[in-house]
Write a protein that binds this ligand. Sequence first.
Ligand SMILES: Cc1cc2nc3c(=O)[nH]c(=O)nc-3n(C[C@H](O)[C@H](O)[C@H](O)COP(=O)(O)OP(=O)(O)OC[C@H]3O[C@@H](n4cnc5c(N)ncnc54)[C@H](O)[C@@H]3O)c2cc1C
Length: 341
Amino acid sequence: MKPFAFARPGSVAEAVRQVAAEPGAVFLGGGTNLVDHLKLGVATPELVVDVRRLTSREISDLPDGGLRLGAATTNSEVAADRRVRERYPVLAQALLAGATGQLRNLATTGGNPLQRTRCVYFQDVTTACNKREPGSGCSAVNGYTRYHAVLGVPSAMPDPTAPETCIATHPSDMAVALAALDAVVHVLGPAGERTIPFGELHRLPGDDPSRDTVLGHGELVTAIDLPPLPDGARSAYRKVRDRASYAFALVSVAAVVAGDSTSERTVRIALGGVAHKPWRAARAEELLRGTPLTEHAVGHAMGVELTTAQPQPGIDGGNGFKIPLATRTVVATLRDLTRET
Ligand SMILES: Cc1cc2nc3c(=O)[nH]c(=O)nc-3n(C[C@H](O)[C@H](O)[C@H](O)COP(=O)(O)OP(=O)(O)OC[C@H]3O[C@@H](n4cnc5c(N)ncnc54)[C@H](O)[C@@H]3O)c2cc1C
């Protein structure tokens, strides 16, 4: 491990100042992702600034009926909170589908959505990876692609030598639920405070795969707000993976269904495991607004949503299976939500 300086400042403002002043500085939350990266040589910071005892560890009611999750709340605390379980079951389920009890006891609301991809090439410093080392190429193309993206990628076989190529997926289960809940991220940075709609926090690789989010250097997540859902709304998370626990999503679905009658029905669908960011299925949502959620209607809407999907070939058989799997998982999730109504 490369040696680094460690700081535990006395306030969030001081933490932001310290990170902003040092280009090689990073924040430390629960450390369950960052510390692995320090050991692997994936992250080589000059300075690590511990913020876990600085940001709020409260889950508080908001005047509009929503909830605010302080950035230091742990994944276990949020999943166990009665208000979260009753009002946002999709979030509690997503959290409990992730990692293990021990990891969830450490992982934080600030750090979880900012965890980095589990792409095996990103984590292996002996391989080329545009995300870890910009301009070095992408070893995943035509490599091991089972956990890789089918949405938001330019073609069925992007140029592995191009500096913009990256077919990694975002790994967080929590982030998929937060995308479906239209959560709002509170940030404190060197230029002051700002809020970011959760759907705009993560980015597609574009011309710079090394950037996972729109956060600037030194911007600290201080809290995440969950807006209230309409009365009677139902929500659920479904994760398909290779093992029943301790495995990241091949495909996951966070869904929210609201509306007393079919004509008033709205559906929100976010997909995990399929793109560089949690993927809001906006086209499918629009097609399903005010319609009966039959298997046929949902299958058709997802077919439209996935028209731009690009299955990636690979030494492990590729990841084309994710396209029908995404549709089947959405069908099953919405069937469960409406069956119980
Ligand atoms: C074996 C294993 C299995 C796992 N399985 C799953 C799984 O199935 N599903 C899943 O979703 N996750 C899984 N995880 C990942 C785990 O959920 C994350 O490591 C954890 O949520 C990260 O949170 P943290 O607080 O520990 O972040 P850290 O490791 O402390 O930080 C992660 C990143 O966020 C930055 N950061 C931290 N806090 C802040 C802040 N407040 N503001 C700005 N930047 C910040 C850090 O600089 C770093 O870049 C697994 C991890 C392991 C080791």
